[in-house]
Design a protein around this ligand. Structure first.
Ligand code: AMP
Length: 401
């Protein structure tokens, strides 16, 4: 792995792609700065070596160019506070001002560029735009795992302008090393837990995990497409009818490969999608019309938790039910506790980003699991077996080739 530890950045102006896409409230105050905190070690290593940092990031999804709400100027003071360095701000990410500020930047200083996505060229992966950005630094570091699955100008295309002067930052290195712990030679038994709303989002990951996992647990809304495909009555539960044949194929594939595919036997059902709904429990193939399954039931919880707790490696992506509502959080909570149990017993547990990360934080268990990934889509694609453009771009033409 090409990490920044292999380099000394004295005299370098290091252009770092960071993920400072932090949530802001109506007064533009940061409500969760963990993405900035995560990048501080990378920035400090470069500054301590005697280099300077030019930071580039996106924030939100601006549609029409510069928008006050999505300006990175709102986060300058927090970056300065967390890095304890002088932070300058360029109100455009390319152009004369940015160039001049970068040229005048002193060792130990940071220059934060305005939101990359104020230019459509960023997401289009435009080469000229990437080249303009590249002029702002002498060395390129990618530390934005959350966007590593995108072939954007700043995440992938830009790397071609740095020959071998490019590497991963600590955030990227950590994410990749932890994902590889699961993908390459996991301690067995290895159990993958896949949940969430839509089966279509998770088909590829289930298929790829069949090559490495011993057990695959399927929960959440996506389990009802399997149940209906198997001939069950699922009432008004979530279902993607067009995906039913594929779920049957997955069940067959699991049998052929000797992988135990576990579906929930029962559900907590509700008469409406509401925390105050009338609820009861029933088997997953006997959900009455007018009711929907919004959480796994007590039998499924017992079975799933036993399998998880007997595992040495666990990967978890997607909740077991509508955990955002207290009436339907039990399944996700029980699974989260069992996942924590694995790490407490010397096993390894990796939590995929997005909703599983939100759930593990909601239940106060984030410090009891081995690793909580920051990258939802990127991690998913990594486990689907896809090449991440942000990773490939660093490895190309580099010393590690
Ligand atoms: P995903 O983004 O696909 O991982 O899905 C996460 C979302 O799935 C969460 O917001 C959950 O509330 C939702 N979800 C989980 N189980 C169910 C279910 N049985 N019915 C409806 N939504 C669900």
């Amino acid at each position: 792995m090409l990490t920044i530890n292999q380099y000394n950045f004295k005299g370098e102006k290091v252009l770092i792609r960071v993920d400072f896409n932090v949530p802001l409230d109506a007064q533009f105050q940061i409500t969760d700065d963990s993405r900035i905190t995560a990048t501080v070690p990378t920035i400090q290593k470069i500054l301590n070596d005697g280099g300077s940092c030019v930071l580039m990031s996106h924030l939100g999804r601006p549609k029409e160019g510069p928008t006050e709400k999505y300006s990175l100027k709102h986060i300058v003071s927090r970056v300065a506070e967390l890095t304890r360095a002088k932070v300058l701000f360029a109100d455009d990410c390319i152009g004369e001002q940015a160039k001049e500020m970068s040229q005048n930047l002193q060792a130990g200083e940071i220059l934060l560029l305005e939101n990359l996505r104020f230019y459509k060229e960023e997401e289009k992966g435009n080469v000229e735009f990437a080249e303009k950005l590249s002029k702002l630094g002498t060395f390129y570091v990618n530390d934005a795992f959350g966007t590593a699955h995108r072939a954007h100008a700043s995440t992938a295309v830009i790397a071609q302008f740095f020959n071998s002067k490019k590497c991963f930052g600590y955030v990227m290195t950590n994410e990749l090393e932890n994902a590889q712990k699961v993908l390459n030679n996991p301690q067995r038994p290895f159990t993958a837990i896949v949940g969430g709303a839509k089966v279509s989002d998770k088909l590829l990951i289930i298929e790829n995990l069949m090559n490495i996992a011993d057990n695959i647990i399927v929960g959440g809304g996506m389990a009802y497409t399997f149940a209906k495909a198997l001939g069950g009555n699922i009432g008004n539960s979530l279902c993607e009818d067009e995906r039913m044949p594929l779920t049957l194929e997955l069940i067959e594939k699991a049998k052929q490969k000797g992988v135990q595919l576990l579906l929930p036997q029962d559900s907590k059902i509700a008469d409406k999608f509401d925390n105050q709904a009338q609820t009861s429990f029933c088997n997953n193939n006997e959900i009455p019309n007018g009711y929907m399954g919004l959480d796994i039931g007590p039998n499924a919880i017992e079975t799933f938790c036993k399998v998880i707790e007997a595992s040495k490696t666990v990967l978890w992506n997607g909740p077991m039910g509508v955990f955002e509502m207290s009436s339907f959080e039990n399944g996700t909570k029980a699974v989260a506790n069992s996942v924590a149990h694995v790490a407490q017993n010397g096993g390894f547990s990796l939590i995929g980003g997005g909703d599983s990360a939100a759930a593990i934080h909601q239940f106060g268990l984030a410090d009891q699991v081995s690793y909580v990934s920051t990258g939802g889509g990127a991690l998913l694609e990594y486990f689907e077996g896809k090449e991440l453009p942000g990773v490939a771009a660093i490895l190309q033409n580099s010393a590690e080739q």
